[in-house]
Design a binder for this molecule. Structure first.
Ligand code: NAD
Ligand code: UDP
Length: 314
């Protein structure tokens, strides 16, 4: 029997990952304190013999009795408004939480995969971003709590790999979207869809010329699973290189939803990266992975999810 422990398993990405690991025949232990995740994300898994929830803050040390083969450390606030509201928790889960997850992996002889982020590149001066780029991060700006926590987490993972010889993987996740995002978590995909479906103005920050590249959750999970099973310990970008401006994205959401909301410009948040696009050469070469889900297909599924939430007022 293969057992995987997923921290942050009740979150958006974590819950999709738990499902995928169960589909691969793993027993899954989900450790989450519902700081930004929701019980409804994993409600359909509870009661299964191959799924167990431990409600716990992973910034506090923890142990599990059974053998563990894989530890996937996904616990962390991930939306800019979440980590701006939860700065200390974000720093703690990226540092102490990563240390604790590594401690479990070391004690169990398990392989650990860290959910890192394109934010380690900060406001990048190299475009698109390859893994070899060291980044342009403001450590004392408001986003520093997230960016530096993840950079520290990567350093800690590499230290455990080099010093203790544990098997580690680091995925640098670029903007990913899909069902189970919280409608009001502040990230641009749920924000624009929710606004378009309710007729509220679409809030474009700045002039909307900043770019992002959006990956559908199923593609991301496939890339993460391949990385987990690979022998690659170097950080690996997973994301969709198809890039657009935020203003173009707002107009596209209006078209797809059929909404007639107006677009309203708001102040650009401090240190908001001006461009972002993953260089996925390494994922293509080492994992044979590239995204398959077209933007409109992924957005159609996501819009349907948000419509359903609105219909049932959940
Ligand atoms: P999310 O907020 O939906 O999920 C995070 C989960 O972690 C939540 O269930 C939350 O309750 C849990 N959590 C937070 N702090 C915790 C703690 N101290 N102890 C236990 N559980 C805790 O966010 P997400 O988008 O699913 O992100 C998951 C991971 O992926 C994060 O580490 C994030 O940094 C990373 N990531 C996500 C994206 C993306 O586009 N979604 C991009 C880059 C990186
Ligand atoms: N954004 C926006 N309006 C919103 C939310 C976000 O214009 O209501 C912009 C934000 O300034 C950034 C981009 O959309 O340039 C992506 O923001 P998100 O919070 O999704 O993630 P980020 O890539 O910044 O981590």
């Amino acid at each position: 029997m293969t057992t995987s422990l997923v921290t942050g398993g009740a979150g958006f990405l974590g819950s999709h990952l738990c499902e995928r690991l169960i589909a691969e025949g793993h027993h899954v232990i989900c450790v989450d304190n519902f700081l930004t995740g929701r019980p409804r994300n994993i409600a359909h898994l509870e009661g299964r013999p191959d799924f167990r929830l431990i409600e716990h803050d992973v910034s506090q040390s923890f142990e599990v009795k059974e053998p563990v083969d894989y530890v996937l450390h996904f616990a962390s606030p991930a939306s800019p408004i979440d980590y701006l509201e939860l700065p200390i928790q974000t720093l703690k889960v990226g540092s102490l939480g990563t240390h604790n997850a590594l401690g479990v992996a070391k004690a169990k002889g398990a392989r650990l995969l860290l959910a890192s982020t394109s934010e380690v590149y900060g406001d990048p001066l190299v475009h698109p971003q390859p893994e070899t780029y060291w980044g342009n991060v403001n450590p004392v700006g408001p986003r520093g709590v997230y960016d530096e926590a993840k950079r520290f987490a990567e350093a800690m993972v590499m230290a455990y790999h080099r010093f203790h010889g544990i098997e580690t993987r680091i995925v640098r996740i670029f903007n990913t979207y899909g069902p189970r995002m919280r409608p009001r978590d502040g990230r641009v995909v749920p924000a624009f869809i929710q606004q378009a479906l309710t007729g509220e103005p679409l809030t474009v920050f700045g002039d909307g010329s900043q770019t992002r590249s959006f990956c559908y959750v199923d593609d991301l999970v496939e890339g993460i699973f391949r990385l987990l099973m690979s022998d690659r310990s170097d950080p690996t970008n997973i994301g969709n290189p198809s890039e657009m401006t935020i203003l173009q994205f707002a107009e596209h959401i209006l078209k797809l939803t059929g909404g007639d909301s107006v677009i309203e410009h708001r102040d650009l948040p401090i240190d908001d990266p001006k461009t972002r696009q993953p260089d996925i050469t390494m994922a293509r070469k080492h994992l044979g992975w590239e995204p398959r889900v077209a933007l409109d297909e992924g957005l159609a599924k996501t819009i349907a999810y948000f419509r359903e939430l609105l219909t049932h007022q959940v």
